[in-house]
Design a protein around this ligand. Structure first.
Ligand code: KIV
Length: 384
């Protein structure tokens, strides 16, 4: 895809997608006449910063989490390369590849209707401006609305090139996780006047290169406050104090889904790992040692009348029948298979496609509704 097409798509996206409606204060016509979709996005985020409204950003790496975040009102969903640690089990982000990012980005995008999706450019993907544009396009084509890349002064050529190609860029300064092996650990930045000066220069360079916002990771809170006041694009802090224009967290840290390590600055608001362990222990217990009552409920059969040709215990289930059963006339088998198929269909008319489809997973008479309202009844093994 060339940059003109990308620009056109951005303008289109600015007009039709609700995530920009949240931010864009410029009238439609000025958006339409904007030379680049990027400048439109940029303008809207600056306006929002100027209005004093804060930004909430969380990471997601798959469809259900992305959808939950979107439904809960986050402004940005970040497909972060923290994926390497909290999903793929690597010790840091330095093993994450473009293939990983594209794969997870696609899943996240399917779950998001309103938020602005930002995808990380992983280590090694932005070493030259050309490579940076090429890889940013891959993420853009995977459905991200913008990309994020680590580095300030050292990366402003790459940021400018991506912005020039029409893709919105979020910068990332302060502690840079992709440099953890070089730096030998994660430590707070901006403790010395030299470091604080370098961080300010980084923030200004990122802004000048055309980024629409900048993440500040582990920046001393006084320095983060000064930078936030000094630039016009929003600062999104992580471990950088309360004075940034917004906050970002790795979702696993927020909901207690990675119990083996939680950064000091993250306050878990839920204990999902404990809930999962409890549910799994209960299942294991039910399966292995309980008297069988709970497990008996794990069987679905139709309610009376749902199937005009009830299946007797001695006959095979036509829903799973691949070939006509030899003891039944072919047309009777076909009728039963069709009836079973239609029954199954009526309980599965959900779509896992993007939820702007007319049939919505949650609204369709699918799983939960059918189970609880008698589209299906739950019988014990003995009764079926
Ligand atoms: O990869 C990530 O999750 C991030 C956030 C920590 C900002 O970059």
């Amino acid at each position: 895809m060339n940059s003109t097409t990308i620009r056109n798509r951005l303008v289109e996206f600015g007009e039709s997608k609700s995530h920009t409606e949240n931010f864009v204060s410029a009238p439609q016509d000025s958006r339409r006449s904007s030379l680049k979709g990027c400048s439109t996005v940029n303008l809207s985020f600056r306006d929002r910063k100027a209005s004093g409204k804060k930004f909430a950003m969380l990471t997601a790496y798959d469809y259900p989490m992305a959808r939950l975040l979107d439904e809960s009102g986050v402004d940005f969903v970040l497909v972060g390369d923290s994926l390497g640690m909290v999903v793929l089990g690597y010790p840091d982000t330095t093993s994450v590849t473009m293939e990983h990012m594209v794969h997870h980005c696609r899943a996240v995008v399917r779950g998001v209707k309103s938020a602005f999706v930002v995808a990380d450019l992983p280590i090694g993907s932005v070493d030259t401006p050309e490579l940076a544009v090429q890889n940013a396009m891959r993420l853009y084509e995977a459905g991200a609305h913008g990309v994020k890349l680590e580095g300030g002064v050292s990366r402003c050529r790459e940021i400018a090139a991506i912005v020039e190609a029409g893709i919105p860029v979020m910068g990332h300064i302060g502690m840079l996780p992709q440099l953890v092996l070089v730096e030998g650990g994660y430590r707070v930045k901006g403790k010395t006047p030299t470091e604080a000066g370098q961080l300010c220069a980084d923030a200004v360079a990122v802004e000048k290169a055309g980024a629409f916002a900048v993440v500040m990771e582990l920046v001393r809170k006084e320095v983060a406050r000064k930078i936030t006041a000094a630039i016009t694009i929003p600062t999104i802090g992580i471990g950088s104090g309360p004075d940034c224009d917004g906050q970002v967290l790795v979702i696993h840290d927020l909901v207690g889904l990675f119990p083996w390590f939680t950064p000091k600055f993250a306050i878990p608001r839920a204990q999902v790992a404990s809930s999962i362990r409890e549910a799994v222990r209960t299942f294991v217990q039910d399966t292995k040692v309980a008297d069988g009552l709970t497990m008996e409920q794990n069987v679905l059969t139709e309610p009376p009348g749902a199937n005009p040709t009830p299946i007797s215990p001695s006959e095979p289930n036509p829903a799973t029948l691949q070939k006509p059963h030899s003891s039944l006339p072919a047309d009777a088998t076909a009728a039963r298979a069709a009836s079973a198929a239609s029954f199954l269909q009526s309980t599965r008319t959900y779509s896992t496609k993007a939820h702007d489809q007319s049939v919505d997973f949650q609204k369709a008479p699918g799983r939960n509704e059918a189970l609880s309202k008698g589209g299906m009844a739950i019988h014990s093994v003995a009764a079926s």
